[in-house]
Write a protein that binds this ligand. Structure first.
Ligand SMILES: [Zn+2]
Length: 496
């Protein structure tokens, strides 16, 4: 066996933390069958995403050895949990660094990250991870990372790491492509063929994620297109447009431009300045281009669309961050919608009870479900119907219940974003059985429901109350930033 010439450590640590939720993300949430993962299991973890792209391209090169270091996968709570505890961060990072020390030395490190993790007592968790990894691997090693565009980042990360690649599209279609870029550029940097220089600029714009869709003629796509043009016209230039994740109360929240070039600081400066100014000029359009209805108006518009035959209709309550909100379900019952799938109402207690009772198809169902967890979730709603299915999967218990005229309620343990209509077959549902899909997703659902050609009508709704998850960021109790320093809540001074 020939000796590997280039050894690359691969690590994973990702979360998008909603710090305004009451339930912390604990160590236990990161530990379940399959997580933490190491070795080939980690490398094979998401073949169509960042990791898959990275591994595929790294393996195109001779003499490259990839070493999967024991790393946690996403917590079982998905995106439905609050502050990551200090214990979880310190324990998991401690184990990752121990693995890195034991398996080293390394010429390079790949960090598969998200960027919107928020940890109690660690203001910039991704940058802090990079700092500690650097201490272990030394100055000579090249550290590259991939990010979600929802990352809250500033210049701290690239002080300790060399390369960062963020997805450009929302829904995030290009995650595997960014993984491929990370591998190619990391290997070039290890060989001395790419010498990264960066410019990172914070832009004082903060926005709810529902407005950040990059489809159609969206102003967000106009901004991304500008980044793509810079990358096309300047070889070896990489432009990250972080839209930011406003539901994490962290000091580096908000929009960020990062530009990396090959030993050309002037070019990095030119491109970063241009991107920042373009974003600032378009700030009003970025914030206002997406229409969101009240829940009663959205349900009424759904009835009208069904009458005109413009089905299937997607009715997305984008604002529900716990997954337990019942406002839309209540209105669907009040306005007597039919052939409607409600997917999902998250109710950990109810699914626990149903699991203990051994719920099975055909059982009569009569329960109060949802609500309760916080004011944004509202009150529980009583549903009387018949259990269609009850199954275990993805660390959750799932129960479907038929009620009303052709309606189905899907209960889950945690927040679920239904993204692909065909995934409903896993729980025994036929997507063609419904005129209306009432879901909890902001933008990701457009992958399966809009960009696939499935839905004829798309409506976004949110409650009129300024709850967590709505566009009303001014109702949130930020402790680590002053919202007045951000457009549209203040008038920050910014060059145009
Ligand atoms: Zn994202």
């Amino acid at each position: 066996m020939s000796r590997a010439l280039i050894r690359i450590a691969v690590l994973h640590f990702s979360h998008e933390t909603v710090t305004f939720l009451p339930n912390d993300t604990t160590l236990d949430d990161f530990v379940y069958p399959g997580s933490p993962a190491s070795g080939d299991a980690l490398l094979a973890q998401a073949p169509k995403s960042y990791m898959g792209g990275f591994v595929r391209v790294a393996r195109e090169h001779d003499g490259v050895e990839l070493v999967g270091i024991e790393s946690p996968l996403w917590p079982r709570t998905g995106t439905g949990s609050g502050w990551v505890t200090t214990e979880a961060y310190e324990t998991l990072v401690g184990r990752m660094l121990a693995g890195l020390r034991a398996e080293g030395p390394f010429d390079g490190v790949y960090l598969c990250l998200h960027g919107a993790m928020a940890v109690l007592g660690v203001p910039r968790p991704e940058a802090e991870l990079a700092r500690r990894v650097r201490e272990v691997v030394g100055a000579h090693a090249v550290i590259a990372a991939t990010f979600d565009l929802h990352g809250n980042e500033d210049e701290a990360f690239l002080r300790h790491a060399d390369l960062a690649f963020a997805v450009k599209y929302f829904p995030h279609y290009d995650d595997h492509l960014q993984g491929e870029r990370a591998a190619r550029t990391l290997l070039r940097a290890v060989k001395g063929d790419y010498k990264p220089t960066h410019v990172c600029l914070k832009i004082p714009i903060i926005s709810a994620t529902v407005v950040q869709w990059t489809g159609g003629a969206s102003p967000w796509m106009v901004l991304v297109q500008r980044a793509l043009i810079w990358e096309a016209r300047e070889p070896d230039c990489y432009v990250n447009v972080f839209f930011g994740f406003p539901f994490a109360d962290v000091p580096d929240v908000g929009m960020t431009i990062q530009v990396t070039t090959n030993a050309s600081p002037e070019l990095a400066r030119t491109v970063a300045d241009d991107m920042a100014r373009a974003a600032w000029r378009q700030r009003e359009a970025l914030l206002t281009a997406t229409a969101v209805d009240t829940i009663p108006d959205g349900v009424a518009a759904t009835r009208a669309a069904v009458q005109r035959g413009h089905t299937p209709v997607v009715l997305a309550d984008h604002s529900d961050r716990s997954g337990s909100a019942t406002w839309l379900l209540r209105e669907i019952i009040a306005q007597d919608l039919t052939r409607t799938l409600i997917a999902t109402i998250a109710d950990l207690e109810a699914t626990r009870t149903l699991r203990q009772q051994g719920a099975k198809p055909g059982d009569a169902f009569d329960m109060e479900i949802g609500g309760r967890v916080d004011a944004s979730a509202g009150e529980p709603v009583r549903i009387k119907g018949t259990v269609l299915n009850a199954i275990e999967g993805h660390g959750q218990f799932w129960v479907t219940v038929s009620f009303g005229r052709g309606n189905v309620l899907m209960l889950s343990s945690y927040l679920v974003q239904l993204i692909e209509p065909w995934s409903l077959r896993d729980i025994g549902l036929d997507p063609h059985a419904f005129d209306v899909f009432a879901i909890k997703s902001r933008v990701h659902f457009r992958r399966g429901f809009e960009d696939s050609g499935f839905a004829k009508t798309i409506l976004l709704v949110e409650p009129t109350q300024p709850f967590l998850g709505t566009r009303r960021l001014d109702a949130l109790d930020y402790r680590n930033i002053d919202l007045k320093q951000f457009y549209p809540y203040g008038n920050p001074n910014y060059p145009t």
